[in-house]
Write a protein that binds this ligand. Structure first.
Ligand SMILES: [Fe+2]
Length: 248
């Protein structure tokens, strides 16, 4: 069994197209792609991204930013949602409303956006009081995986590709972000998340005799065109992040 996991597209339609082409070139069909949420929010092409995603009918879980788009009033949105919302149709928003918090893919993988029961907390990483993003303590990672029976667990949210193996052999994989390689956040303290490359990130999971293997794929696309689009839309952190995978 072999399938692909994508996450954190954030309205970057060009990156999504490049990743979908790479997945197809790897011989993986659309029905064998799962999407871990945060699909549309950001200053890029939310509407075009939705036009690509909705008909694909991927197994998709809802990200915190997907939730913000359907929970908050139009005039009361964080800037990532405010930028996206104006491009979205009623059909796009109805699709977001159908997305579940979590899902199980073919009895082998548990899917959620961030961690079980909470779409806003980093699972595999943690922020130190000084604002550094580091590998989370193993005991906390394991505690949040309690009760999940699938051998493979997939999450997104941090935009950083990472795999953590649990003591019982289960594997948690974050495929990284398709469309937003760097951002900053004020909570729990100010911190930056920087992938260090502008390439579009996703993962291929394959069952082997020895267990699940993970291939992280970093796909080039015209990221500078998206950086320029963010600049025209007045979002300097996106302009820098899309250009380099760093914020400065
Ligand atoms: Fe995200």
């Amino acid at each position: 069994m072999r399938f692909a996991a994508i996450a954190d597209i954030h309205g970057n339609a060009a990156a999504l197209e490049a990743v979908l082409a790479d997945i197809a070139a790897e011989g993986i069909e659309t029905g064998d792609i799962v999407n871990l949420g945060d699909c549309l929010s950001g200053p890029l092409e939310a509407g075009r991204t939705a036009d690509i995603l909705v008909p694909l009918q991927l197994v998709t879980v809802r990200g915190n930013h997907d939730r913000y788009l359907i929970e908050h009033a139009a005039g009361d949105m964080h800037e990532w949602e405010a930028d996206a919302f104006g491009q979205l149709t009623a059909r796009h928003l109805d699709w977001l409303r159908t997305l579940p918090f979590d899902a199980v893919f073919r009895d082998v993988a548990y899917l959620c956006h961030a961690r079980p029961q909470d779409d806003g907390t980093y699972w595999l990483d943690q922020v130190t009081p000084e604002g550094r993003v580091v590998l989370r303590d193993q005991s906390e990672i394991e505690a949040w995986a309690e009760g999940i029976t699938q051998p493979l667990i997939l999450c997104g949210h941090t935009h950083l590709p990472r795999a953590v193996r649990l003591s019982d052999g289960r594997l948690i994989v974050n495929p990284g972000s398709v469309g937003c390689p760097a951002y900053d956040d004020d909570l729990p303290v100010y911190h930056k998340v920087e992938a260090g490359s502008p390439l579009a990130s996703y993962a291929i999971l394959q069952k082997t005799e020895a267990g699940w293997s993970v291939s992280f794929r970093l796909v080039p696309y015209d990221h500078m065109a998206q950086s320029r689009l963010a600049e025209r839309n007045g979002r300097p952190s996106w302009t820098a992040g899309l250009a380099t995978g760093r914020l400065s």
